[in-house]
Design a protein around this ligand. Sequence first.
Ligand code: BES
Ligand code: MN
Ligand code: MN
Length: 467
Amino acid sequence: MMNTSALDAVLAQVDQGLDASLERLKALLRIPSISTDPAFAQDCRRAADWLVADLQGLGFEAAARPTPGHPIVVAHGPQTPGPHVLFYGHYDVQPVDPLALWHTDPFEPVIKEGPEGRTIIVGRGASDDKGQLMTFLEACRAWKAATGSLPVRVSVMLEGEEESGGKNLPGFMRANAQELRADVALVCDTDMWDRQTPSITSMLRGLVGEEITVTCANKDLHSGMFGNAARNPNQVVADIVASLRAPDGSVTLEGFYDDVPEITPELRAQWEGLGFDEAAFLGSVGLSIPAGEAGRSVLETIWSRPTCEINGIWGGYTGDGFKTVIPSQASAKISFRLVGNMDPDKIRAAFRRHVEARIPADCTVTFKEHGGSPAVTVPSEGIYLRQALKALTDEWNKPAVITGSGGSIPVAGEFKSILGRDTLLIGFAHVDDAIHSPNEKYDLESFHRGIRAWVRVLAAFADSAKA
Ligand code: BES
Ligand code: MN
Ligand code: MN
């Protein structure tokens, strides 16, 4: 066994260094690394450089590696015997709009009292994913400070385009597969089951993003002079959008459910055992009536059923006042979340056929693709998983559970398909963190116990090598 006094010393180091850890997190949060907006490209670069310097300070060989987009930070700790882990996080963040709804500057992090007397840190990226990725780096720092070294070999890969499609990562991983191949990949970008219960996520949904623009007349028209005679693209887009779901909540694309498996009775029983509170979940966002496929539980529809969501619709006049116009163009952004073996290319093609069949012969449609990735299922057994579950259980004093997730983290699939490695998805976020939303926050408890949890996970991996 890892000598327990070493582990205790590292955990004590975490507790004692927490204020300094928070200062470093704040410094990273002050950099507005919004990857989707070219105006912030320099800031993405600055965030990457900041992380490189931090990792070098921890004794890693680190560099910001160029891509056609934002750099990817890659770092390698010293060679040690035993397992080699590759940690992944992303340093880019979502845009801050609507800015008016923030109570404080999104890039001037503040620590304050949150709901139920909890202490929180507020700022864009506090949870997704700067707060989460820093839990791992701070765990490495504590190991170094308390014992002079890391208990296992650690490599780190930090992406700067996760929130904007992540186009350059797969190519980078393919080109550097030899260098990046470790025994197991760790990703810190997911939630806990609830405030007291740590979890490892075993399923993520995939994603297909599509944007359509429908053009009817060759210019905007007076809606009195042309109304009834000229086709209205807003109507065409609305009809298409409305046709995507049947009244029972199912998605109508041809073949949509072909590769969707039913969950096993064992998994269903395990999920039921988690005791999910549907009313509280919907109530927390001001709703009470589940949408989606009839006859399935909310948890099941989020974790194991595909969805079609209309993320944006626009066209015509939406400013103040009123304008009687038939616009020339209208658009929509639509995403599909995939499960099981659904193939992103096949779903995209089915969607395009569905749309094309509904475009009047004298109108046109153009498509813009916004990424695609399949669903990910990670094995729910194995030595690293068992060790990690135990480490989380020890930290929270409550058995860690295995959960699904409705979100998408494409890199988890790429670790398998490109590097041939399984991923452990371990995160400390909470559903009320408001990721992608105004006033994003991370609980100080998530940050603190997250660091302590990684300290324990690394210790457990070192042990598993000796066992
Ligand atoms: N960290 C999230 C994914 C996530 C959210 C996992 C909540 C588990 C719980 C990640 O940064 C994200 O936002 N992913 C995007 C997909 C990406 C391709 C734009 C998503 O899920 O929409
Ligand atoms: Mn994320
Ligand atoms: Mn995100």
